[in-house]
Ligand binder design. Sequence first.
Ligand SMILES: NC(=O)c1ccc[n+]([C@@H]2O[C@H](COP(=O)([O-])OP(=O)(O)OC[C@H]3O[C@@H](n4cnc5c(N)ncnc54)[C@H](O)[C@@H]3O)[C@@H](O)[C@H]2O)c1
Length: 399
Amino acid sequence: MKVLLLENIHPVAVQTLEAAGFDVELRSSSMSEDELVAALPGVTMLGIRSNTHITARVLDHAPDLTAIGCFCIGTNQVDLAAAAQRGIAVFNAPYSNTRSVVELVIAEIISLARRLPEKTQKMHAGIWDKSAKGSHEVRGRTLGIVGYGNIGTQLSNLAEAMGLNVIFYDVADRLRHGNARRMHTLDALLAEADVVSLHVDGRPGNAGIFGDEQFKKMKPRSIFINAARGMVVDTEALREHILSGHIAGAALDVFPIEPKVQGDEFESPLRGLDNVILTPHVGGSTQEAQEEIGYFVSGKLKNFQLEGSTALSVNLPDVQPPALVEEARIGFLHINVPGVLAEVNNILASEGVNVTGQYLATRGEQGYVVTDVSGHVSEAAISKLQASPHTQWLRSWDA
Ligand SMILES: NC(=O)c1ccc[n+]([C@@H]2O[C@H](COP(=O)([O-])OP(=O)(O)OC[C@H]3O[C@@H](n4cnc5c(N)ncnc54)[C@H](O)[C@@H]3O)[C@@H](O)[C@H]2O)c1
C-alpha cells in the first residue's frame, strides 16, 4: 500500500509507516489541486501539513484513498464533510505541541516580571539602564490560568515547580493539579492573580470575552498573556490599559487578524508598546513538536489501516478497538439508520461466525462498527454485508 507524504513531514513518520510495511514516498513541497488529481490514484494514505488543500474534486480523483493525516493542529485545509461522505478518515495532532506552548508562556512570565523586553531594547539602542525598579521574582506570585485544559494544566504544574501560586478558572469541572486552587468565577481569579494567562479553546462563544471590563478587574501592575486564540481578546482595550500603566506587561502569540502569507505586514494596536512581547503564533512551533506530530499522526494512520481504529479521527465515528488478537476483525462503515447493528449480527450469525467483541460509534449520519470474531469470516458473509444498502465500506483484517 502506497503512502504519499507532502510538505517535509518529519522523518519519524516515514520510519513508523515503513516499519509497518507501507511503501512511503516523501516530498518536500505541497501540491496544487491539479497535481493531487494526477498523483493520488494508487495512493492509500496521504500526509499533508497546512499548505495542501484537499477539495471534493481532489477526493473524487482519489479512488484508492482511505485516510488523510494532517501533520499539524488545524484541519481547515481539508473538506472534512466530503472526506466523510467518501468514507475517508482524517486525523490530526491536536495536542502534540502542548509542552512547547507551556514553555513559551513560562519564559514570558519571567521575562515580563523582569521587564526584559524593555531592557534588551535599550541595550540595543546603546542605553545602559541598570535598575531593579519594576523587576520582580516570580516566586510567591499568583498565576491565574483561564482555561484549565491540556495546556492550562501543564502550565499549572511547571509554574508551581517554580514557586508560583496557581489559581484557575474553567467553565467545565476540571481536576485541580498539585496545590492549584479552583476559582468559581473569572472575576474572582482576576481579583487575585498577578499574572493572567488565557488557555481557553476556540468555541464561538469565546469571541471577545476578554476586554475593557476584564482588564479593569485585573490587579494594578499585573501581567497579561494570551497564547490561546486571537479573537478572545480586545487588543484596543489592552493597549489602553498598558498605556495607562494598569497592566505592567503583556505577551501575545495570537491575534484577531494574522498575516496569511510569510512576510506580509503585521498590523496591531500593540506594536511599539513598552514591555510587550509579540510573537508570530509560534507557541507550538518547535522541532520537538514537529517530531511529536510526526509520531502521533503516523501512528493514527497505521492503526487505522492495520486494525481499523478511527480513534481521534476528526470526521468519522470514533472507535478505538483493542489490539487485534482475535482471529479476524471486520470494520463496517455505514449509514446511521436504525437496525444496522442487528443486520450485521444476523448476517454473521446466519454464516455461523462467532462474535467475540464489538465496538460501535456513530457521528451524524454515519456509524462505524468493528467486530472481532473467532474463526474465519466466509466470503458469503462478506458479500452479504457488502450488499447491504447501508454499507459505505467494509474491511477485514486477520490477526
Ligand atoms: N499559540 C499556539 O501556537 C497554540 C498552540 C496550541 C494550542 N493553542 C491554543 O491554546 C488553547 C488551549 O489549548 P488546549 O489544548 O489546552 O485546549 P483544551 O481544549 O484542552 O482546553 C481548553 C479549556 O478551556 C476551557 N474553556 C473554554 N472556554 C472557557 C471560558 N470561556 N472560560 C474558562 N474556561 C474555558 C475548556 O473547558 C477547556 O478546559 C486553544 O485555544 C488552542 O487553540 C495555541
